[in-house]
Design a binder for this molecule. Sequence first.
Ligand code: SAH
Length: 215
Amino acid sequence: MNLDRADERRMMVQTQILSRGVKNKRVLRAMEMVPRHFFVPEEFAGVAYHDHPIPIGHDQTISQPYIVARMTELLAPEEGDIILEIGTGSGYQAAVLSAMGARVISLERIVELVDGALSNLQKAGVGNVSVFVSDGTLGWENMAPYDGIIITAATPAVPSILIEQLAVNGRIVAPVGPQHMQVLVRLTRSTEGIRREEYDGVRFVPLIGRNSWNS
Ligand code: SAH
């Protein structure tokens, strides 16, 4: 992976992520490794490591670094896990999961963003990520069941088809709630059923598809 601007990433991890309580060493290492400046439009490259989301076109955004780290910590991907991401956007979250040793399948409904994400991933030297143009609210049956599923857009509820595609001991992390504010929810599947936990309040762009918002 490209190591330019490593000092800015170290600073980002210290002041925005570790300071807010994300302690998982593998997550911190991945956030230090992935060159976020390759995943933002050129005019925002200067502020790529700042503490806020950044527009990536088509009314979409790449999340704030802390939120990416927090969701990754909740998802807790292990080396070799198969992870489904709904909402590829820039490809940055997928790159962080790949840096942790996961095999990533990422779905995005806007074809131009898929093209952009593939080019960002290639420039950054990230492998092990497959991106498809698809309505992620339908899941991706081909590679199921998944060890983890991460939804990076706001949804009124986690679509049940995604829960069906989750392996035993698998986790789903998603911003759940109305369009103006959500809470990070983690669902964990065990042989006994599904456990639900709630975490930080967040604000994401809407998940638009057959099993979520219509627009
Ligand atoms: N994870 C991204 C940020 C995601 S922004 C990153 O790291 O940059 C949310 C993304 O979800 C947008 O790109 C939006 O187009 C996409 N999206 C919304 N509804 C979707 C759906 N039903 N299926 C797939 N992608 C969807």
